[in-house]
Design a protein around this ligand. Structure first.
Ligand code: SF4
Length: 91
């Protein structure tokens, strides 16, 4: 089974409060956009017509990769509040 097929089996309960916040001033200064290539759920994307970034928190796998790889410390990351977030179904 491919990774994207496994991810499609997971269940998500979105938190009303985003558990990932981006420092857009730092995102604007970043040329690498390593978050886009690193997120296994493909949740990061540039905001069209802007140098800022967006992240779709509701599909987050809570792996912490984006927090680790961001070279500018632009990612403020915490776990979703209790009862919210990902529920793994296939490992
Ligand atoms: Fe993507 Fe993992 Fe960051 Fe969630 S924690 S946004 S899945 S890299």
């Amino acid at each position: 089974m491919r990774i994207d097929e496994k991810v499609a089996l997971d269940a998500f309960r979105p938190d009303e409060e985003p558990h990932i916040k981006l420092d857009q001033a730092r995102c604007r200064a970043c040329a690498s956009r390593v978050c886009v290539r690193s997120c296994p759920a493909n949740l990061y994307a540039p905001i069209e017509g802007s140098e800022e970034m967006k992240v779709e928190c509701s599909g987050c796998l809570e792996c912490g990769t984006c927090l680790t790889v961001c070279p500018h410390g632009a990612v403020d990351w915490s776990h979703p509040r209790g009862g919210c977030g990902v529920r793994y179904r296939c490992g």
